[in-house]
Structures are given as structure tokens and as C-alpha cells.
Design a protein around this ligand. Sequence first.
Ligand code: CA
Length: 229
Amino acid sequence: MRNKLLLVEDERAIAEGLAITLEAEGFEVAWVADGREVIPTYQRIRPDLIVLDLMLPGMSGTDICRAIRASSDIPIIMVTARSSEVDRVVGLELGADDYVTKPFSTRELVARIRAVLRRAPSTTILGGGAPAEASGVRVDRLRHEVSVDGEEVAFPPKEFELLALLVENAGRVLTRGQLIDEVWGHGYVGDTKTLDVHVRRIRSRLEPDPQHPTRLQTVRGVGYRFADR
Ligand code: CA
């Protein structure tokens, strides 16, 4: 079955070029140029993934992302015009799964779409076993639930996957390479800053003081470790 993509881009030339390539890559593509049409179209066609430009007429990409995230874990890849927007996009709890910065190559976008789809919840559920718990954080893959000190906390798919790996391996150092391979796939071609951004977002959800993390610890020059008590 072909994966259905919702492409949100107000620049016609960019959208047409992308749509042609994505269709040649085997995706079914629906294109929307106006921000106000995104949510109604999303609700009507139920895509497998959304490629969402940040700057749009009608309704901004950030508002759209926030609105969709309030009710859905659908994979979202944000498209930003400036790299200075990346922290804002990925960091501010928007819950996008990944991002590309304009100008980007279609090849890069296709690689990211495939990686994000590989990691969508329907596939991770199959890998689930018994819930793991460490340092007051409990991760249940089968239910896709995280609790922190007994309180349930919502995590988007990528952060969930990263946290699950760390908690399941609590006390052990996982290298940056291991984490990127496991969460984004061996074919991941993006920059490794994505990992740090996701770690920062996880910390903001489960550390009392995210600037001085005690649970999700940095092992300088190597990777990360989740505290086992
Ligand atoms: Ca735009």
C-alpha cells in the first residue's frame, strides 16, 4: 500500500517539484497551499505523514502543528526557511518528528520521510515488551505510555522511542551513534543536532531542573545515560 503524504507548501514551484519526485518515489501526495485548509484536508484524507512549511498564508505552520498534536501522533516533518528557527520549531514542544531547512534536496526529504515512517507508532508497538522503569520514569511500549513519578506524561513518537531505549538500558552509556541508528535508522542522513534537540525536549518533560539533569545524563564526548536509581 502506498503511503499518503500531505504536502503543505505555499510556493507553487517548490510544491510541484516535490510532488513529482515524491510520487515517483511511490508516495501518494495531496498538496495544500493555504494554512487554513490544512486541518480540514488532514481530517478528510487521513495521511500517513505531513510535510509542513512553517511560513504559510492563513495559518502558521507552528499553530497547525500544535493543533494537530493536541489530538494526534501523526508524523510531521517541518520545513523551515532559516536554521535559526530550528530550535523554535523542534524545541518549543511543538512535537514535530523532524525538520528540514530550506534549501534542502528532495533526496534528503525523502530519506527523512522514510525514516520517520519506519519509526511510526504502528511499527514500534510490535517491538514492545514488559514496561521498563528507572529513576521514577516508567515506559510502557505496548500502551505507548510514560509516567514520571506516577503521573502520565505525553511524548511524541521520536522522543518516546529515544526515552524508551535509554530507560530500558538504564545505568549503561549509549553512544550518540547507537541512539541515532536505533531511533532514526541506519540510513539517517541528517545532522546529529537532532539528537540533542530531542534530548533537550525529553528533559523539559521529566527533569525538575532541565538545566541540571539528574535522570537523563550527558556523558561528555560519548553519549547519554539514564540514571538507574
Ligand atoms: Ca512558505
